[in-house]
Write a protein that binds this ligand. Structure first.
Ligand SMILES: *Cc1c(COP(=O)(O)O)cnc(C)c1O
Length: 383
């Protein structure tokens, strides 16, 4: 049997158009973008074209894009870079319990450095209530003690796909003069990601979640916003991220951004139809299946299901040729239910019977039929 990949929220393959665009920059355009000779200028032109494409995807200015080594670095730069420059103004950060580790762990680090962090809860659908954000904002009259300086809420969750009400939260943040960051690693190319509509000041993206290579990403930084670099060195990226640019990867990121903009509608209807086909197929054959995540306000490609009485790790082992994720993580050799599912109030036992299907643009109806057939049979056998 051929392998079937349904784990696009973990990573995506590189688009052939992206690869084709990158190759010349791994061969003849090897110059250093900082060099003023023709070799350097060819490389620089590639980087700057990519910057235009990413800016166009996000609806911002090219000067507002900082290329990074990926989503994790973009998140770290946003959080640490901003709070360091604002530490005289306040020391309180608001985030949620369902963020990616690339947000939660920088937050933990900042707590060790004396910042206060509020981890907002979510409802049964994994949704954050703007009202909870409002209640968490603190604005003491003078100085540092407890004043909120930054809110960071992910655009959509990687496990269940729930899309957060960013514009409402951004509106609140603005009214209180608080900076607003979002981790948009899971939404680029899947739903609209225009920074002005989302009312964000900072936004992180990760190349390998939308058909660009791994190890490249970007941070949108609203004009005028001061940011302390994580990596100090020469003046690359407008003195916000030192280091000679990963030119080919950045060129790939740019091409992937162009494709994401160009094909958004097509992508949405294609993966949504396949996902619904998968969901309906499973519901028709398997009893007591629980859908996790917001039924409507959800990424079009993500389907997170809990199967009562099933150990999803065991199930995945039997599904050898089908690549999926479970609702658990391995910690020190034993299984722990996903923190995201627990935050949504799902019983630990049921969380351990959870499977995440995340579809992508290369999936076919035939693959979905096969997955429905094989998975249903295995679940029913086990029960
Ligand atoms: C993948 C991912 C990241 C990390 O991006 P990397 O490029 O792998 O560092 C951060 N946040 C979310 C939501 C992600 O899905």
């Amino acid at each position: 049997m051929r392998t079937i990949y349904l784990d696009y929220n973990a990573t995506t393959p590189i688009d052939q158009e992206v690869l084709a665009e990158m190759l010349p920059f791994l061969k003849k355009h090897f110059g250093n973008p900082s060099s003023s000779h023709v070799f350097g200028q060819a490389a620089k032109a590639g980087v700057e074209r990519a910057r235009k494409r990413v800016a166009s995807l996000l609806g911002c200015d090219t000067s507002e894009i900082v290329f990074t080594s990926g989503g994790s670095e973009a998140n770290n730069l946003a959080l640490k870079g901003v709070v360091e420059t604002l530490s005289a103004k306040g020391n309180h950060i608001i985030t949620s319990q369902i963020e990616h580790p690339a947000i939660l762990n920088p937050c933990k680090y900042l707590e060790r450095k004396g910042f206060k962090v509020t981890y907002l809860p979510v409802d049964q659908y994994g949704m954050i209530a703007p009202d909870d954000v409002k209640k968490a904002i603190t604005s003491p009259p003078a100085g540092r003690a407890g004043k909120t300086i930054l809110i960071t809420i992910m655009h959509a969750n990687n496990e269940v796909g729930t899309v957060q009400p960013l514009a409402e939260i951004g509106h609140l943040a603005r009214r209180h003069g608080i900076l607003f960051h979002t981790d948009a690693a899971q939404t680029i190319g899947k739903i609209e990601t225009k920074v002005n509509k989302l009312k964000v000041d900072l936004l992180s993206i990760a190349g390998h979640k939308f058909y660009a290579p791994k190890g490249v990403g970007a941070l949108y930084v609203r004009k005028g916003l001061k940011l302390e670099p994580l990596i100090h060195g020469a003046g690359h990226e407008n003195c916000r991220r030192a280091g000679t640019e990963n030119v080919a990867a950045i060129v790939g990121l740019g091409k992937a951004a162009e494709i994401a903009t160009r094909d958004l509608k097509k992508y949405q209807s294609q993966v949504f139809n396949l996902r619904e086909k998968l969901f309906k197929g499973i519901l028709e054959r398997v009893e007591t299946v629980k859908l996790n995540g917001q039924p409507a306000k959800r990424l079009p490609n993500t389907l997170n299901l809990s199967f009562e009485g099933i150990d999803s790790e065991e199930l995945l082992l039997k599904l050898k040729n089908i690549a999926l994720s479970t609702g658990s993580a391995c910690h020190a050799g034993h299984k722990e239910p996903s923190k995201v599912l627990l935050a949504m109030g799902i019983e630990p036992q049921l969380a351990l019977g959870t499977v995440r299907f995340s579809l992508g643009k290369y999936n076919t109806a035939q693959e979905i039929n096969q997955v429905v057939k094989i998975l249903s049979r295995l679940v029913n056998q086990k029960r």
